[in-house]
Design a binder for this molecule. Structure first.
Ligand SMILES: *Cc1c(COP(=O)(O)O)cnc(C)c1O
Length: 378
């Protein structure tokens, strides 16, 4: 129940163990094609250039940045947590002239702030995180996409924690480049990064004046392996791709609306329980991600010892705070397969025991009673 990796479905684990074929084996080419088709459905896009980068979510971040950015290009990066900060770092390393705009941890960006920045900077690319896993902030994108495009820029979105947990509408929201990861709400082990590029982004990438700084992540070459040519570029992590295909099939079997509703339901029950125990959320009301719950640690309670007890006594992992939230919040993940009522009720009961043992006062059973009532009312 941390910020990922989330629980992996047995069907996905079984897929990982299937025989390893060659990266140009007709069977594997079929796996790739099916994976691409399912990724398009999960990203809600028709984008031709949609594939799984060999590497974790951060590799997807680098892929999007290094392909779109040439040295000296201006890029605006929206930083309201660790992952926005990472994107700014990656952009600087890629040679971008980076302008960072900021919001405090736990807050989201109002459209006007992004509009002001793009008018002032006139960037080639604007990068923003939809689901900031370090804070649980849920960034709305539709209006921001409009102001970014009005200024003639490309919109780059981090959807590592959002995909499979909350709606991600690549075409409807006019997103130009997007990356995700396998181990958050897709509930697959870490190792691949789904990405998608709009035709406009593909045009930008294929008409660059300079070569992409990373050989491994150069979409001009990688797309020839995932496209019709099937030209060898690097050996794909075969079994990870089996696992991703299976995980995507599970997502689509459940259906995106049902999956999003499940994430929301379990979040609401958890939140009702935490509030009944007198605990609060460390992010902005109205912009709280269902899959990442940042709980303010009550004063006088030690962060690390509670997390240790949850792990040792109950087998529950929760995340600690990052950056300015270090030592101040616990991050409870309800991602993908982990988003289940049994986990919500268990973590509430376990947390109550840990807190009461440290002298924290709350009515006995308040968390589980309130969560059960919340489920009953939904
Ligand atoms: C986890 C995460 C990443 C990095 O992904 P890795 O798989 O750890 O490389 C990037 N952005 C966000 C929002 C994340 O949650």
């Amino acid at each position: 129940m941390g910020p990922g990796p989330s629980d992996v479905h047995p069907r996905v684990s079984a897929a990982l163990g299937a025989p390893t074929v060659g990266h140009l084996d007709p069977y594997f080419l079929k796996v790739m094609t099916e994976t691409q088709e399912m990724l398009r459905r999960v990203f809600c896009t028709q984008n031709q250039l949609t594939l799984a980068v060999s590497g974790t979510g951060s590799a997807g971040m680098e892929t999007c940045v290094v392909n779109l950015i040439e040295p000296g290009d201006r890029m605006v990066v929206c930083v309201n947590g660790v992952f926005g900060g990472r994107m700014a770092d990656v952009a600087g390393r890629a040679g971008a002239e980076v302008t960072v705009i900021e919001q405090p941890y736990g807050q989201v960006f109002p459209t006007e702030q992004v509009a002001e920045a793009v008018q002032r900077v006139r960037p080639k690319v604007v990068g923003i995180v939809q689901a900031e896993t370090s804070t649980g902030a849920w960034q709305p994108l539709e209006e921001i996409s409009k102001v970014v495009h009005e200024a003639g820029a490309l919109l780059l979105v981090d959807a590592v924690t959002s995909l499979g947990g909350v709606p991600v509408e690549v075409d409807a929201w006019n997103i130009d480049a997007i990356y995700s990861g396998t181990q958050k709400c897709l509930s697959c082990p870490p190792g691949l990064s789904p990405v998608s590029f709009s035709p406009r982004a593909v045009e930008v990438i294929s008409t660059r004046k300079t070569k992409v700084a990373s050989w491994y992540l150069d979409m001009n070459m990688v797309k020839n392996y995932w496209g019709q040519d099937r030209a060898y570029h690097h050996t794909a992590p075969i079994n990870m791709n089996y696992a991703l295909r299976e995980a995507l099939a599970i997502v689509l079997d459940e259906g995106l609306p049902a999956r999003h509703a499940r994430h929301l339901r379990n979040h609401k029950a958890l939140k009702a329980g935490l509030l009944a125990m007198g605990l609060g959320y460390a992010n902005a009301e109205g912009f709280q991600l269902p899959q990442l719950n940042p709980v303010t640690i009550p004063s006088g309670v030690d962060d690390a010892s509670v997390r240790k007890q949850l792990l040792e006594e109950f087998g529950i992992e929760v995340g600690g705070g990052l950056g300015p939230m270090k030592g101040k919040v616990w991050r409870i993940g309800l991602m993908g397969e982990t988003s289940q009522p049994r986990n919500v009720l268990l973590v509430l009961a376990a947390l109550e025991k840990c807190l009461v043992e440290r002298g924290y006062k709350c009515p006995p059973g308040a968390g589980t009673v309130a969560a059960s009532a919340a489920y009953g009312a939904m």
